[in-house]
Design a protein around this ligand. Sequence first.
Ligand code: FDA
Length: 312
Amino acid sequence: MDINQVYRNTVLSVANNKTVQDLVKQRAWSVAKRFVAGEERQAAIQAVKELENMGVHGILDLLGEFVDTEAKANEFAEEILQLLDACEGQGFPIYVAIKLSSVGQSITLANGENLGMVNARRILKRAQELGGFVALDMEDHPLVDITLQQFRTLVNEFGNKTVGTVLQAYLYRSEQDRASLDDLQPNLRIVKGAYLEPESVAYPNKRDVDLQYRRLVYQHLKAGNYCCVATHDESIIEDVKRFVQMNNIPNSQFEFQLLYGIRRDVQTQLAKEGYTVRAYTPYGRDWYAYFSRRIAERPSNVMFVLRGMMKG
Ligand code: FDA
């Protein structure tokens, strides 16, 4: 395992500790707001409008992870429906990301239906009526099979202009997963992967992850599909630009995606160069897990948090 992975695994393990969670939750909002647009929907909508002024579109994400009760899953889905309604007529493309686990993926209803699918259909129906798009985020590896199966069903029902999903380059299985989805001509976001995963399922070295990242993007584009290149890694971004040029792939077949608050300079530069750019813009009160993953990605972020917490 290389040093980057050791650092990432250590931070993610510490972040799961209850005492650390309580301390950070009390003191770190002033730091977390670098990565999170706000705690309320209106703040997120405002943040997307500001991005639009810089030529960058937004991907709205209501923060929240795995829920285990029907009531909480339905409440979460309601909030996403309200978010979609609130975006209507705001003058920016409607694009939201959801985690199926937060709308009931783990819950089977008395009639045998999966609650995550019931809620996903409600959300997709509304998004489609508004001409919007919904990306199904990818979570940790035990959820990959079910998420891909559900994605397949949802693309068949709503089409690939309304729903897309994500593949993670750190998982050994992702190349095979990508090929297995080709018949759907899916809109796929390719990411490196943000969760704490064992070596039995994920590459332990960054170099292998980066290599598989490029392979996934190139294969997906070569197959004629739409690709969301979601990374801040400038060497990958430059390689993708060269690849599309050499292979005559039009700008309309891909876009760059980055996270809110990270490498804004790259976001605006890519937009100026004429590429479609979207910034994943999370909001909501449940920001802790998302925030921990961002800290785990970069050693200098730990100092940034500690300094912020001292001040806070
Ligand atoms: P890498 O980690 O190699 O970083 C490259 C460079 O980017 C760094 O050197 C640094 O300059 C900058 N950088 C990266 N992270 C930073 C940070 N936190 N703070 C400051 N600088 C940073 N994951 C997942 O498992 N499921 C998902 O659904 C998604 N969805 C998603 C959407 C979008 C739009 C993005 C951009 C990312 C995700 N991710 C994700 C997260 C992804 O898996 C990955 O953890 C992060 O993007 C960081 O990896 P990079 O590709 O940026 O490369």
